[in-house]
Design a protein around this ligand. Sequence first.
Ligand code: DGJ
Length: 753
Amino acid sequence: MHFKRVTYLSPCQKGLFVLQAIAILLLLPPVLKAASNDAPIRYLPEAKIFIMETDHTSYVFGINEQNALQNLYWGKKISREDDFSQAHTAETRYPLESQEGMTNEEYAGWGGMRYTEPCLKVTMADGVRDLVLKYVSHQVKGDTLEVLTKDMNYDLFVTLTYQVFPHHDIIRKNTTIENRTKQTVVVESAQSGVWYVPPGVGYRLTYLSGRWAGENQVTQETIHQGKKVLESRRMVTSQQATPWFAIDYHGEANEEYGRVWFGALGWSGNWKIVVEQTPNQQVRVVGGFNDFDFSYQLKPGESLKTPEFYGGYTDQGFGKASRIMHHFELAEILPHRPMPRLRPVSSNSWCATEFAANEENQKQFAAVAAKLGVELLMMDDGWFGARGARKDDHAGLGDWYPDPDKFPNGLKPLIDYVHGLGMEFGLWIEPEMVNPDSNLYRQHPDWVINFPGRPRTQGRNQLMLNLAREDVKEWVFNTFDKLLTENDIKVVKWDMNRHISEPGWPEVPPVEQKEIWVKYVANLYGILDRLRAKHPSIEIESSQSGGGRVDLEFLKRIETMNSSDNGDSFDLQRIGEGYSFVYAPKVTDGSVEDNPRTNGRSTPLKFRFLQGISMGGGLELCCDIRKWPTADLDAAKEMIGYYKVIRRTLQEGDLYRLDSPGDVDISAKEYVAPDGKQAVIFAFRHSQQFLYQAPTIYLRGLDDRALYRLQPIDGKLSEKQRVLSGAYLMNHGLDFKLEGDFDSTSVLFEKVE
Ligand code: DGJ
C-alpha cells in the first residue's frame, strides 16, 4: 500500500518557510539573478556595457578603453550577460587605418583617421574640423537610455537617445547635438545613428524606390564594398526612395525564413540612408538628415535633434519584418494609438469632376455614394479661390475660401446634406502651395522659397510657400484653423504637388539659409500638431501627388495616405506590395478608379475592387459613380458590404504576402485577424498563358489543428469541402480556377469554435 505523504505547516512554520525562501532567492548566484532581470535596458558597470533587449532581440554596446562608445552586437536575443566582454578597439597592423577608424563606433564624429560615413561633421568657430566624441555619463529611465558624449576638447555635446519597444522588437535611436561653447558651431552632417550587422561579406540589401505613379518598387542587390545612398533632396520624403532598408545574410531570407535586419527613418524632408561595406568587411547603415546642401548654425546654448531612426531584427524573414513594423506603427506611431478607428469607405470627387467640383455635383455624388454604403464624401480639388479662378491648376492655390460661383452659400449646405445622408465630410487642401495667379501671391510675393533675381521655377504652375518663415507658418496655421473651425470636416486631404527648386530664404543671413531644409519640415510638423491639438477629432490623409510623403515621423500626424496617383489596379498590386514592406496596411488606402483612366488598361470591376480592398486600408471610390450602370452599382454595394465584414482583419491583423505580383502571373495575399478567428485571402491572375493552371495557394499563420469554415465570394475555388483544417490549408493549399487576364477572387475563413 502506498501512502501519500502530506505535510501540515502551522502558520508560524509557514512564515519561517517564506523567509527562508526569500533568503535563498537573495543568495542565488549572480548569473541566475541576471537572467531574471527583465529590465529592457541594463548597464553592466564592470564590463561597461549597455544591453538593450526586446522580446526576441539584443542590442549591445560598450565603453571601450579609449572611452569611446563601441557597438558590440545587434541581432537575435542573447540573454546571458556574461557572454559579452568589455569593448575594445579593433586591432590593426595596416598602416593606412587607425584602430578607432576600424572600430564599430556607436556614433562617430568626423575626426582622426576615420574614413567611413560619419555620424556627425562640424566646423568649430576657430576653423577646427576634427571631432572625437568621448563618453561622459548616462541615464537609464525604464525603456529609455540617454548617453552623453562630448568632444575630447570642445564643449560640443552629443546625447545619444535610445528607446526600446520590447514587445515590438524595435529599438529607436536619435541624437541631440548641443553647443555649450561660447561661439557658433556649424553642423555639416547630422546623422541619427548607425546600425551594424555582424561582420562579413555577402549581405543583400532590399530597398524601395520608384517615381510618381510608381511608388515603392522592391529592389534587391548584393552589398559590395562602397556605398549605396538612398535619399531625398526634394524637401519631402519622396516617391523616388523610401527611408527604409532591410539587410539579410547571403540572400538567404525569404518571406518566412531567414535573418533580416531592417530600419526606417522618420523625416519628411531631405533624408539620407547610406548602406556601406567598409574595406574592413563591415556592413553599416548610417541615416539622418541629408547632408547635401546642409549647414546648420548652432549658436551658443542651441541644440539640434536628429530624426528618429528605428531598427529591428527577426529570423523569420521579410514577412515577419513587415508585420513587426505594421503592429509597431499601429501601437506606437499613429495618432489615436494604440487603436486608431477603422478606416471608412470613401468617395472622392477628383477622378470624376477634377477642378469642376461644385455644390450640385458633390451632392449628386453623395446621394449615390450613400446608397452604396459609402461612409465619407471627400471633396477634392477645385472648390476654392476667387470666382471662377480654379478651373484648372493655374490659379487659386493660396485663396482658401469657397469659390462663390461653385458654392454660393459656402460649404455648409453641402456638408449638412452629406451629414443628413449619414456620411462624414472630407475636404482637399494644399496648404504649402501658392499659384502665382492668386490673391495671396499678389499680396505676398516674398512668401515663397526663392533666390532673389533667379527664376522661380514652377511645378504644376505653383510655388512653395516658405514655411520656415514664422509669419508664413502662422498664416498657414490660422488659415486652416479657421477653415476647420467654421466647417464640420472630419478628414482633410493634405496635398502637396511639387518638389522644391531654388531653395533660397533671402530674409535670413546667407550662412543661415541652408537651415531651410530642417526648419521648413519642423514648422510643418508644428502646424500639423497645433491643428490636431485644436481640432482633436480631425483626421489627415497625406497626399503628395500620391504617396510622396510618408515616413515614420509623418505617420505620427496622419491617419491615412493617398497611396498613388496611379489608379491602374494591376500597377497598384506592386505598389501596394512595396508599401507593405514598411507601412501598416491600415494607412495605405485602396483606390478603385474608373476604367481605363490611368493608362488605358481595362480591368474588370471585381479585380479593381478586390485590389482596392486587399490594400488593407480605407477603401476609396475615385470614380464617377453617377454614371455607373445599375449592375456595377449593385456589384459595388456587394463589395463594400464584403469589405466591411473583413476590414478589422485587414486593418489590424497580420498580413502574409503569399505570392508576389512581381514573380509570376499570379499574386496572393492573406490577412489573419489578431485573435485568429477570421482570415481572408485575395488571389489575382493577370495574364494566363498556354492554359497553365494557376499555382496552388498555401495559406499561412493559421492554427494547424483548428477548423476553418470557408466562404468563397464566387465559384473560383476548386476545393469543394467547406470546412478544412489549418494544417490542410497551409500544407495542401487551395487551387483556384483563375483564368485569362485580370481574374480575381477572395475567400473568407472563419475559425470554427
Ligand atoms: C494630386 C493627388 O494625388 C490627387 O489625388 C488629387 O488630389 C490632385 N492632386 C488634385 O489636384
